[in-house]
Design a protein around this ligand. Structure first.
Ligand code: FAD
Length: 489
C-alpha cells in the first residue's frame, strides 16, 4: 500500500487462512470434510456475508462461508444487478422510441424478452464467476448447504459441523406478502417477475416503493399498461415529499397509472387475469399482479431463537456494533432492521470483520446511507428529508435550496426534468441532498461525501464541477445554499 492506506491493515496483511483442520476441497474449492474450525463462520453469502468474509480474510482470519444457494445472494442473482440490467434495456427502448426528438430516425420494433434476459443473465453469470474467483483467491472456504445455528459457535450443515470463534448471521430477506394474499399463478413477486419470458400486456404493481416502481418503469418502457397501488399518500414514500410529487408527475406523463392512499383489499385470479379490489371498493384488472410490499427477514427454522439470539418478529436485533445479545454472534445485512440495501450489507460485513480485528471501525448510521431508485426518472438521496430536518432543527434551524434541472445544460441535452434539493443546518453542515431526474443516481457519490463528511456548503462550494455535466447542478445547489448562486437568482 501507499499513502493513507498504509496506516491500516490492507493487502499486506493477506495471509494463508489458519483453518485448524485443513479441509480438503473439490475442484471448485468447495469443502468436503466433516468438521472445521475457523476464526469466523458466516451463515449466508449475500452482500453482507460475503463482504464480511472478504474483509476478514484480508485481515488474516480463517473464514468458513456457508451458502445454500449461490454466493452473491439476492443482490447479484435476483435483486440489484438483474433489475438494473432490465432498466438499462428499458432505457435503450425509450431512446429508440423517442429518437425523433433528437433528429434521429429509428423506431422501436419490439422487445425480444428472451434476448433481454440473455443479456441480463450474461452479466449475472459473469459477476458470479468473478465473485467465486475472488472468494477462492482470498483463501475463504465455501461450504455448500443449508446451515442451522446449534450453539453460539457452531453451525450445522447437513452432517457437518462448522465451528467459529465468532459467527456472523447473514441470511438475508425474502419477498413478503400481505395476510390472505397468496403468491402463485398470476400473483407474483420480484423473483417470478425476473423469470418471465414475455412482456405482459398489463400489470398491477402492489407497492409504490423502490422495487415496485422499478418494475413499473421497466414494464412501461417495454409497452405494458401499468397500474401501481400504494396505500400511503405517495409513490416512493420513503423519499422527500417534493421528490415524490415530481416522481408522480413524471410517471403520470409516462402513462403509468397509480392509486394512492387506499389500501389493497383482495385479489382474484382466473385463466386470463387478476382482479384487484381496494378497500374503497375500486377494482383494477390486469394480466398479472406483482406484490412488492417489502421484504421480511429470512430467519425461520435456522436455530437462532433456540440458541438465545434476541429477535423481533423474525428480525435479528443487534446493538450499533452489530452484536447480538449472544456473545460472539453478530448479524449483518437485511436481517437487521433498517434500510435493506446491498451497500449497507457490504458496510455491515466490513464493519464486523474490522471490529473482530480490533480496528474499532466507525458505527454505520442508517440515516446517512445513500439510496438510489433506478427508475425513469431516477431518484437519489442521502441524509435527512426536509420534514425530518425541520423535526430535528425547527423551521428556522434549516435552510433549503431546490435547484431545477431546467437550468442545467446537460440535463437539457438529455431532455430530462427534475431537481436537486440541498438542505443545510443554518450556519451548519449539509444535512440532506434529494435528487430526481435521468441519471441522477450517478451523482449520489459527491452528495454522500458532503453529507457524511458533515461538510458545510461553504466548504464544498469552491470545488469545481466539469461543464457541461449534470454534476454541475449539484455544484450550483451548493453555491446557492452557500449564498453565492452562479447560474440562478
Ligand atoms: P441476501 O443477499 O439475501 O443473502 C443472504 C444469503 O444467505 C442468500 O444467498 C441465501 O441463499 C443465504 N442463506 C439464507 N439462509 C441460509 C441458510 N440457512 N444456510 C445457508 N445459506 C443461507 N439493494 C441495493 O442496494 N441496490 C439495488 O438496486 C437493489 N435492488 C434490488 C432489487 C430487488 C428486486 C431486490 C429483491 C432487492 C434489491 N436490493 C437492492 C436489496 C439487496 O438485494 C439486499 O439489500 C441485499 O441482497 C441484502 O444482502 P444480505 O447479505 O443481507 O442478504
Amino acid at each position: 500500500g501507499s499513502g493513507r492506506t498504509s496506516s491500516v491493515v490492507g493487502w499486506e496483511a493477506v495471509r494463508e487462512p489458519r483453518a485448524s483442520s485443513t479441509p480438503s476441497t473439490n475442484h471448485k474449492g468447495v469443502c468436503l470434510v466433516a468438521d472445521h474450525n475457523f476464526d469466523l463462520v458466516i451463515l449466508g453469502a449475500g452482500s453482507g456475508g460475503y463482504a464480511a468474509a472478504l474483509r476478514a480474510s484480508q485481515l488474516g482470519m480463517s473464514v468458513g462461508l456457508i451458502e445454500k444457494d449461490k454466493v452473491g445472494g439476492t443482490c447479484l442473482h435476483v435483486g440489484c444487478i438483474p433489475t438494473k440490467a432490465l432498466l438499462h434495456a428499458a432505457e435503450v427502448a425509450d431512446s429508440a422510441r423517442h429518437s425523433e426528438m433528437f433528429g434521429v430516425k429509428a423506431s422501436l420494433e419490439g422487445i425480444d424478452l428472451p434476448a433481454v434476459n440473455a443479456y441480463r443473465d450474461g452479466i449475472v453469470t459473469s459477476k458470479h464467476k468473478g465473485l467465486q474467483g475472488l472468494i477462492k483467491a482470498r483463501g475463504i472456504t465455501t461450504i455448500e448447504g443449508e446451515g442451522k445455528l446449534i450453539s453460539p459457535t457452531t453451525v450445522q450443515v447437513g452432517e457437518d459441523t462448522v465451528t467459529g470463534k465468532n459467527v456472523v448471521l447473514a441470511t438475508g430477506s425474502y419477498p413478503r406478502t400481505l395476510p390472505g394474499l397468496d403468491i402463485g399463478g398470476r400473483v407474483i413477486t420480484s423473483e417470478q417477475a425476473l423469470q418471465l419470458d414475455y412482456v405482459p400486456k398489463s400489470v398491477i404493481v402492489l407497492g409504490g416503493g423502490v422495487i415496485g416502481v422499478e418494475f413499473a418503469s421497466v414494464w412501461r418502457s417495454f409497452g405494458t399498461e401499468v397500474t401501481i397501488v400504494e396505500g400511503l399518500p405517495h409513490l416512493v414514500p420513503a423519499e422527500d415529499e417534493s421528490v415524490s410529487k415530481q416522481f408522480e408527475r413524471a410517471y403520470r406523463k409516462r402513462g403509468i397509472n397509480f392509486s394512492l392512499g387506499v389500501r389493497f383489499q383482495s385479489v382474484t385470479q382466473n385463466d386470463s387475469g387478476v382482479v384487484v379490489t381496494l378497500e374503497d371498493g375500486q377494482t383494477f384488472e390486469a394480466e398479472l399482479l406483482l406484490v412488492a410490499v417489502g421484504r421480511g427477514p429470512r430467519t425461520e427454522g435456522m436455530g437462532f431463537e433456540e440458541v438465545g439470539v434476541e429477535m423481533d418478529r423474525g428480525w435479528v436485533l443487534t446493538d450499533e456494533r452489530l452484536r447480538t445479545n449472544v456473545p460472539g454472534v453478530f448479524a449483518v445485512g437485511d436481517i437487521v432492521p433498517g434500510v435493506q440495501l446491498a451497500h449497507r450489507g457490504f458496510q455491515h460485513g466490513i464493519f464486523v470483520a474490522e471490529e473482530l480485528a480490533g480496528l474499532n471501525p466507525q458505527v454505520i448510521n442508517d440515516e446517512y446511507i445513500p439510496k438510489v431508485t433506478y427508475s425513469e426518472p431516477e431518484v437519489a438521496s442521502v441524509g435527512l428529508s426536509e420534514a425530518k430536518a425541520v423535526e430535528r432543527f425547527g423551521e428556522d434551524g434549516i435552510a433549503v435550496y431546490d435547484y431545477n434541472l431546467a437550468g442545467n445544460g446537460k440535463s437539457h441535452i438529455l431532455e430530462t426534468a427534475g431537481s436537486i434539493k440541498v438542505i443545510r443546518q443554518v450556519d451548519g453542515p449539509i444535512l440532506g441532498v434529494h435528487m430526481i431526474g435521468a441519471r441522477v443516481g450517478e451523482l449520489i457519490g459527491e452528495a454522500q461525501v458532503a453529507v457524511n463528511w458533515d461538510a458545510y456548503p461553504e466548504d464544498v462550494a469552491p470545488l469545481l464541477h466539469a461543464h457541461p455535466t449534470q454534476n454541475e447542478a449539484l455544484g450550483e445547489a451548493f453555491l446557492a445554499i452557500a449564498g453565492k448562486p452562479l447560474h440562478a437568482l
